[in-house]
Design a protein around this ligand. Sequence first.
Ligand SMILES: CC(C)(COP(=O)(O)OP(=O)(O)OC[C@H]1O[C@@H](n2cnc3c(N)ncnc32)[C@H](O)[C@@H]1O)[C@@H](O)C(=O)NCCC(=O)NCCS
Ligand SMILES: Nc1ncnc2c1ncn2[C@@H]1O[C@H](COP(=O)(O)OP(=O)(O)OP(=O)(O)O)[C@@H](O)[C@H]1O
Length: 199
Amino acid sequence: MALIIGLTGSIASGKSTVSLMFDDYQIPVVDADKLAREVVRPGEKAYEKIIEAFGQDVLRDNQTIDRKKLGTIIFADEAKRDQLNGIVHPAVREKMLKQRDALQEAGATCVVLDIPLLFESKLTHFVDKTLVVFVDEEVQLERLMKRDNYSEEEAKQRIAAQIPVKKKAAMADAVINNNGTKYQSYAQLEKILKEWNAI
Ligand SMILES: CC(C)(COP(=O)(O)OP(=O)(O)OC[C@H]1O[C@@H](n2cnc3c(N)ncnc32)[C@H](O)[C@@H]1O)[C@@H](O)C(=O)NCCC(=O)NCCS
Ligand SMILES: Nc1ncnc2c1ncn2[C@@H]1O[C@H](COP(=O)(O)OP(=O)(O)OP(=O)(O)O)[C@@H](O)[C@H]1O
């Protein structure tokens, strides 16, 4: 049986940055954010349901979902966020488990599931170990505003839509403190993977 690691954190804490590091150990990563983009492509069931729920206004001229517009709507309104989650999450979960099982069948001894909402959606039973990428809130806010060009208000709204990363760190099997350099995070990851006999 493969070791299944649930990689999580909070928005802009550095999950994608850390998830790239698994490449160096040939450990495959299943990326929930990527799957969430795939399942809302035109023609997919979730795409039709989003239009039914949110209207044609959330479409761009080329008929794809306007992610910025949809984000502005759902991060300002918890009920709308729950509605979108109810449409997108089941499809993401199905794809994620299929990929996890296929990787195991192909002989992977360790598989990472990169799931931003691992704790919020109570999906820890999908994984053997939980790994949280932690940053202080000031660093998180600064990196988020810089990466996505959000105003302070927009960034704070997005941070508030998730369990605070400090709380997630307290629930995790292991934590990477990503306040420092990427290299320092890399060294922490290597130590954890050795402790878990994953490398
Ligand atoms: C609202 C959407 C269209 C915004 O798209 P956008 O391209 O701007 O952001 P992206 O998808 O890259 O998400 C960035 C980050 O936002 C956070 N986030 C996204 N959706 C949510 C949510 N429903 N609740 C809390 N945080 C969220 C995550 O930390 C994620 O890593 C998109 O995030 C979405 O469809 N969200 C619902 C599906 C979802 O929960 N995805 C995240 C994990 S499966
Ligand atoms: N140790 C670090 N030092 C400096 N910048 C960093 C570090 N780690 C990540 N960053 C930067 O911070 C931003 C957020 O990181 P990243 O995109 O990896 O976060 P994430 O948790 O995957 O975000 P999301 O939840 O939105 O998917 C990016 O611009 C990234 O380049």
